[in-house]
Design a protein around this ligand. Structure first.
Ligand SMILES: Nc1ncnc2c1ncn2[C@@H]1O[C@H](COP(=O)(O)OP(=O)(O)OP(=O)(O)O)[C@@H](O)[C@H]1O
Length: 261
């Protein structure tokens, strides 16, 4: 039985997947996903390579729409909005659901222009507003102190860990509700990873975070809920504490013990 947070009516649910299926052509990558993700929590998606974690993440901001011959069935809700509905404005959706990838992908412009990019394309041009947004987002991304004297330096001159925090600042500037993170620390050294983890923990005060990770210690350290994916299905979902200390399924236990993956 899949444990969802369904029964806990007192919880504030940010994202809800209902009988979600996803196909790449004839290949079914997601099978009957039922999941409720709580607001202002960190939810970790774990599971072996190819089990559908990234595919699921990309259904939340409709990034899979770009994949030819792919098909989604079932529903996902962001709060009360059914985002799988074809009439949903995806540009608007992607303002509410920001995404951070494995490889930091700053634009090849300055630090300042990276963060100001989102507000500018949404029509904000006034300098005072942009200055204030750039500073507050860089502060929230724990990067301000390191870059405040050189905001016009190219973003690509930053270290990998700084670039990842810059990308987070860029996401924050569009004022999302949800931040999706696909293995955001897998290209980082241990010190940068630690900094990013502290940042993610702080961000949950304001945002709902869904993170794909292959690092079991990381999932255990930072997440509140964990979903274990296998072959396109969720085998087990619950509090991170229960998944790691008392998994109910043999497969979950074997996976977190490193017996396959
Ligand atoms: N664009 C695509 N076209 C066809 N099949 C795809 C495509 N992207 C992913 N798949 C397949 O869908 C399945 C799920 O892939 P997905 O990337 O979601 O897994 P994952 O759990 O995130 O893996 P990893 O941990 O290696 O990133 C895999 O079998 C993969 O080969």
């Amino acid at each position: 039985m899949v444990l969802t947070l369904h029964q806990q009516h007192n919880k504030d649910i940010a994202i809800k997947a209902e009988n979600l299926q996803f196909y790449y052509g004839t290949f079914q990558a997601l099978k009957n996903i039922q999941l409720e993700i709580e607001k202002n929590k960190i939810t970790a998606l774990i599971g072996p390579s190819g089990c559908g974690k990234s595919t699921f993440l990309r259904t939340i901001n409709r990034m899979n729409d770009f994949i030819p011959e792919s098909r989604t069935e079932g529903k996902i809700y962001l709060h009360n909005l059914e985002i799988t509905n074809p009439n949903v404005d995806v540009v608007d959706l992607r303002k509410k659901v920001g995404m951070v990838f494995q490889q930091a992908n700053p634009f090849p412009v300055s630090i300042y222009d990276n963060v100001a990019y989102g507000p500018r394309i949404h029509g904000r041009k006034d300098k005072a507003f942009l200055n204030q947004t750039v500073e507050s987002c860089l502060r929230s991304a724990a990067l301000w102190e390191e870059v405040k004297d050189d905001l016009h330096a190219p973003a690509t001159s930053l270290s990998g860990g700084q670039q990842q925090r810059l990308v987070i600042a860029r996401v924050l500037a569009i004022q999302p509700d949800v931040i999706l993170m696909d293995e955001p620390t897998s290209a980082l050294d241990p010190i940068s990873t630690k900094k990013l983890e502290s940042l993610i923990l702080k961000l949950k005060e304001k945002f709902t975070i869904v993170i794909v990770t292959h690092n079991m210690q990381q999932a255990a350290r930072i997440s509140d809920q964990t979903a274990f994916f296998l072959n396109g299905e969720i085998v087990e979902y619950g509090t991170t504490q229960s998944i790691f200390s008392n998994p109910r399924h043999e497969k979950t236990k074997q996976y977190i013990m490193g017996e396959f993956g």
